[in-house]
Ligand binder design. Structure first.
Ligand SMILES: Nc1nc2c(ncn2[C@@H]2O[C@H](COP(=O)(O)OP(=O)(O)OP(=O)(O)O)[C@@H](O)[C@H]2O)c(=O)[nH]1
Ligand SMILES: [Mg+2]
Length: 658
């Protein structure tokens, strides 16, 4: 079963609501004021089912919009989810101002499927109808509604043409692509109300994904968590609503005052509201004047609206051949001229821009939007959101935006990866930046991971050139260290990480990679280049063994270091270096200025304390001495060591075992 959203558009009084009623039997004008004044003020909804050509059921959700010029903002809240639009033009009036304005909006929003409906055919004679047909055909030329898109004349009064219209809807609907299943669930709210005995209900057109009963969702930008108590699709209770359906949700966790049109429901902690978006922006050829850099405009996207400041980037000439097409984004490189500075955007032109929103909104790349002049309020342009996760205050590189605009998911992901440079980016961050599911992202990266263009580093993805850079830094840092410290076994991890300037996560990932490739070696805490580090002469190696053994056999009753060194064949200086080496390797551990222990002895101590903890939560010096069999001389520094290691904590005269 296919579900699509059919929207109306057109001038006031041209018979949109009457047509929806003639088709569905439902009066979409639900407000008392609408009924009294005989006009539509806010969005209206209806639904019906038709049989598709293949015999399957076709579910149609209708969104009926107001034609009055004062209510264009309500129309904009409804137009976002439309798959197929009925452009309604009364045969006795022809093309009127809001016919044009609505039609321009539909094109800016990238609506691809539609039917032109000439209403009130009963009110004109056949000749007039023919003339209107020609006029309207001319008006539509070069756009998504030009022939072969159907143009059908109907009368909602006599029913003439309605069957033709239904057939045309079925035919056009067959070409409507199913909603994106690779995108994260998003339901922009268009209505909020209460039903007695039910509580809070919100409605909207589900843009992507599936919402089930009992799902936990987050209301954004309010960041309120709610639970779905019930789902209704087309007025009937359902277990789930799927993308492309008019959806009503009964929610717990929020009351009507806390929810409003313009907010969006999404999975919890997945998507981020923003106040800055990078966009591709087109000014309508009919815009009254050029759009100045830093102009303020009204911004509408999905069901939300706010005020936005426009920062124009390098200008992109708008291809004349596209001028009447619905193509707003996805411009080609050729469509962009050289930088023309910030002289403003002329009518008919297209450019990249940054929009600064007065309030945070949940927007995702690919979302279409409309801008209206601040005052007087008229529709002047629109475009597509390219990036809603601007990580820099500076202008984005045009190349980056060009790739986002290009629409190739793999290239987009790689560009987003490259933008994060040394920090890398996690799968969850990518989900939040793109609005795509994890599965979609992993699938898109599969090829690049194989060719090593993208490298997976723990929870992070890194771009290959960045990995290369870090690897080079690591190698030169190590080479330099070995040159300066020929007798030392390697650099400590933290020291090396600081030199490489990588986060802990990225550093570990790169190190892991290099270990597997045998480009570096690691012993304990020390990292070195293969073949580097300590090259010991026989007597040095023998001395090293002697020192190690002396401490290993001593247990916790360690000898003084000087005593051990005195018995060696090598001189003082070299002996000291060997001790440094053992300390770096963490074979030996310095516990106080004059006490050094073998690692194995300390490990034994840790085990003893752990076992003791099973009997008592606290230990004092006497008990510690008894437990370890050592004198006060060793006991005090060892206890202080344990405090530092957070194995124990001193409380007065005793130690709490942690
Ligand atoms: N003769 C005739 N009149 C019609 C037909 N359809 C609608 N009308 C009349 O046209 C007027 C406007 O109809 P609506 O359906 O409310 O128009 P609308 O486009 O929804 O108007 P708004 O929502 O306010 O923009 C009403 O008085 C209808 O009775 C038709 O097929 N034939
Ligand atoms: Mg109406």
């Amino acid at each position: 079963m296919k579900s699509i959203i059919v929207g109306t558009a057109g001038h006031i009084d041209h018979g949109k609501t009457a047509l929806v009623k003639a088709l569905t039997g439902i009066d979409a004008d639900r407000l008392e004021e609408e009924k009294r004044r005989g006009i539509t003020i806010d969005l209206g909804f209806a639904h019906m089912e038709l049989a598709a050509a293949n015999g399957e059921k076709l579910r149609l959700g209708f969104v009926d919009v107001p034609g009055h010029e004062r209510f264009v903002r309500n129309m904009l809240a409804g137009v976002g989810g439309m798959d197929l639009v009925l452009l309604v033009i009364a045969a006795d009036e022809g093309v009127m101002p809001q016919t044009r304005e609505h039609y321009e909006i539909l094109q800016l929003l990238g609506v691809k499927h539609g039917i032109t409906v000439l209403t009130k055919s009963d009110a004109v004679d056949a000749e007039t109808l023919d003339v209107v047909r020609l006029e309207v055909g001319e008006f539509l030329r070069g756009t998504f509604l030009q022939t072969p898109a159907p143009m059908i004349s109907v009368s909602s009064f006599t029913g003439a043409g309605l069957e033709d219209l239904k057939r045309a809807i079925v035919a056009v609907a067959a070409g409507v692509r199913a909603r994106d299943t690779r995108a994260i669930v998003r339901l922009p709210i268009d209505r909020v109300f209460t039903i007695k005995g039910f509580g809070t209900v919100v409605t909207g057109t589900l843009l992507a994904g599936t919402i089930h009963r009992e799902d936990e969702l987050e209301v954004l930008p309010a960041r309120r968590h709610v639970r779905v108590r019930g789902v209704q699709v087309h007025g009937h209770a359902a277990d789930a609503a799927v993308a492309g359906q008019r959806t009503a949700l009964n929610l717990s966790g929020a009351n009507t005052e806390e929810l409003a049109r313009g907010m969006t429901l999404a999975p919890p902690s997945t998507l981020e509201p923003t106040r800055r978006v990078e966009v591709s922006l087109r000014l309508l050829p009919s815009a009254p004047r050029a759009l100045k850099n830093r102009a303020r405009v009204h911004f509408h996207s999905n069901t939300m609206e706010t005020v936005a400041g426009v920062v124009l980037y390098e200008r992109k000439e708008f291809e004349p051949s596209l001028a009447k097409n619905a193509r707003v984004g996805h411009g080609t490189r050729e469509a962009r001229s050289e930088s023309t500075g910030h002289g403003g955007l002329s009518p008919g032109q297209e450019t990249f821009a940054r929009l600064k929103l007065a309030e945070p909104a949940l927007l995702a790349p690919g979302d279409r939007f409309i801008i209206r002049q601040f005052s007087p309020v008229v529709t002047i342009g629109g475009g597509v959101v390219l990036d809603a996760a601007t990580i820099s205050r500076k202008s984005q590189a045009p190349d980056f935006l060009e790739i986002l605009n290009g629409g190739n998911p793999e290239k987009i992901l790689t560009a987003r990866l490259a933008r994060r440079a040394e920090r890398g980016i996690s799968l969850l961050q990518l989900v939040s930046e793109t609005g795509w599911t994890k599965e979609m992202i992993e699938e898109q990266f599969a090829g690049a991971l194989k060719t090593r263009e993208v490298v997976r580093a723990g929870a992070l993805f890194l771009h290959a050139p960045v990995v290369e850079k870090l690897r080079t830094r690591m190698e030169s840092a190590l080479a330099e260290f070995h040159k300066k410290n020929p007798l030392v076994g390697g650099v400590g991890r933290e020291e090396l990480r600081a030199k490489v300037q990588a986060t802990a996560e990225v550093f570990e990932a790169i190190a892991g990679l290099m270990i597997r490739e045998k480009k570096i070696e690691v012993t304990g805490d020390l990292v070195r280049l293969p073949g580097h580090g300590v090259v010991m002469k026989d007597e040095e190696a023998e001395s090293k063994k002697k020192i190690e053994d002396a401490f290993a056999t001593a247990g916790l009753q360690v000898p003084a270091l000087q005593e051990v060194l005195a018995g060696l064949k090598v001189d003082r200086g070299r002996a000291q270096k060997i001790v440094t080496l053992l300390l770096r390797e963490r074979t030996l551990v310095k516990v106080s200025d004059d006490l050094i222990f073998h690692r194995s002895a300390l490990e034994g101590l840790h085990r003893k304390i752990a076992a003791y903890k099973a009997k008592a939560a606290r230990i004092d010096v006497a008990a510690f001495k008894e437990l370890t069999g050592i004198t006060r001389k060793y006991a005090i520094p060892l206890l202080e060591y344990l405090d530092r290691e957070r194995v124990t904590r001193r409380v007065g005269d005793v130690r709490e075992i942690l």
